[in-house]
Design a protein around this ligand. Structure first.
Ligand SMILES: Nc1ncnc2c1ncn2[C@@H]1O[C@H](COP(=O)(O)OP(=O)(O)OP(=O)(O)O)[C@@H](O)[C@H]1O
Length: 433
């Protein structure tokens, strides 16, 4: 027996005993494409406008790559369903037939070559991978270019398939808000993500909101169930000339909030380069230094995370748009901030700049047709009591301040008492120096 093994070893070398070789043999035996039904789906009526169809202008310019479920791109990636859509891309679940693995393929429209977004994903991959925040930021596995009719160049970014966004969870929760443990876990994990982005990758995220914080899938059998569901109940769709509009099918939600990832680096900026006057962030989560066109840098993300987390936990906005009106105005926003934080410190106000439209040199509010209503974090917070409330407010007050230099850093906030003594998902330990 031993001599037969010796003989086999000599014949096949080390490969015979290499587990990876066996694994790849097994994968290759499974690399056949899936057959999907060619009829039997629900046809969406013409008068119902769905998903990317709403972006008429983008469609007229033939921007998105027409893709059908079942297609095999580059002879390797079979499209098994549509995960979602955005202004710049359609995101598909694909099966890599070579590796027998699933990936999310973010297929950009041809006029949106996201050069910077793609290089930021490279930066995310290059930081210290032992930092616990490295896994909390969505990155890319690989990318490829797809050229259509020899003129339209589409970039495809392959990423880990993720589950529901926190916005989805919020939308289907009672009172449209996250529970205490979920918001604690989210703040903690997003601080890990920001510490990693700021200190290891020198990147500012610039656009933190529930819609781009996604749950990790963990249990990979969900991918197979997804394909099975698409085979048995093909996604609803409508066909418009050569383009098919599909109704998205997200991956099955997890039963409880586990690990999450901060996605979408489409609004990211390199840090360490002071800049002013450039707008970024969702308007309602925009920090005072951005609104007032002052110099801004990493602390914009801390304001953004704090204001978003408040809204997601309380179920009401800290700085709502103008009363009884959905339109965002800078004066209403600044009036709310002044009502909550008091007048800005005089050294924050710069005469002869946009600040002079709203504040005098001592920081007093001067806009006549927009009143400031004084309020406090204590009055606005409705869900907690006693020490719990005090600790939560203390955390928020370390994030939501006029001056960026008064805001705490992610590393300092990770140590906050409201975020201690809780069992975080595996791997979400504290960063060390
Ligand atoms: N890795 C992923 N796994 C699962 N679903 C995803 C993934 N990435 C994106 N999606 C889904 O696709 C949608 C669009 O993705 P994304 O926000 O990255 O696109 P976008 O074109 O950059 O959007 P926009 O430009 O409008 O901000 C998401 O809201 C989500 O539903």
């Amino acid at each position: 027996m031993a001599s037969i093994l010796e003989w086999l070893k000599r014949l096949f070398g080390r490969k015979l005993f290499n587990l990876e070789w066996l694994r790849s043999l097994f994968r290759r035996s499974l690399n056949f494409p899936v057959s999907f039904l060619t009829a039997g789906w629900e046809t969406i009526p013409d008068d119902e406008t769905i998903e990317e169809e709403q972006l008429e202008e983008v469609l007229q310019r033939n921007c998105y790559l027409p893709v059908d479920i079942g297609d095999i791109l580059l002879s390797r990636y079979q499209v098994v369903g549509k995960l979602g859509w955005g202004i710049t891309s359609i995101v598909w679940l694909v099966r890599d037939l070579e590796m027998n693995d699933y990936m999310a393929l973010k297929m950009f429209s041809h006029d949106m070559l996201p050069g910077e977004e793609s290089t930021y994903y490279d930066k995310i991959k290059q930081g210290n991978q032992r930092h616990p925040g490295s896994g909390r930021v969505r990155t890319k596995i690989a990318e490829f270019e797809f050229i259509r009719f020899e003129i339209f160049n589409h970039l495809g970014i392959l990423q880990e398939p993720l589950g529901e966004s926190l916005q989805d969870i919020q939308n289907r929760s009672v009172g449209e808000r996250l529970d205490k443990l979920s918001i604690q876990s989210t703040i903690y994990q997003m601080l890990l993500a920001l510490d990693y982005m700021h200190t290891e990758c020198n990147l500012i995220h610039g656009d933190i909101k529930g819609g781009i914080i996604f749950q990790e899938i963990g249990d990979k059998s969900r991918h197979d169930r997804y394909v099975q569901a698409e085979i048995e109940h093909p996604s609803a769709r409508k066909i418009y000339f050569a383009y098919t509009f599909y109704r998205s099918r997200p991956l099955e939600p997890a039963s409880q909030l586990g690990k999450i990832q901060l996605g979408d680096l489409g609004s990211a900026y390199p840090g360490d380069v002071p800049r002013n006057g450039q707008l970024l962030q969702p308007p309602l989560y925009r920090s005072p230094e951005v609104i007032l066109e002052k110099e801004w840098n990493y602390p914009v993300d801390i304001w953004n995370l704090g204001v978003w987390a408040w809204s997601a936990f309380e179920g009401s906005r800290l700085f709502p748009p103008k009363e009884n009106d959905d339109a965002y105005t800078t004066s209403a926003h600044l009036a709310y901030i002044t009502g909550l934080l008091g007048p800005p410190p005089p050294d924050f106000i710069e005469p002869d700049t946009i600040s002079a439209k709203y504040f005098d040199k001592d920081g007093n509010w001067i806009v006549e047709d927009c009143e400031v209503h004084p309020t406090s974090f204590e009055d606005l917070e409705k869900r907690l009591e006693g020490e719990d409330k005090e600790m939560f407010l203390d955390l928020m007050k370390g994030m939501i301040t006029w001056r960026p230099e008064d805001r705490k850093t992610p590393r300092e906030l990770i140590e906050h008492p409201w975020l201690q003594g809780i069992f975080w998902p595996p791997g979400c330990y504290k960063p060390t120096e």
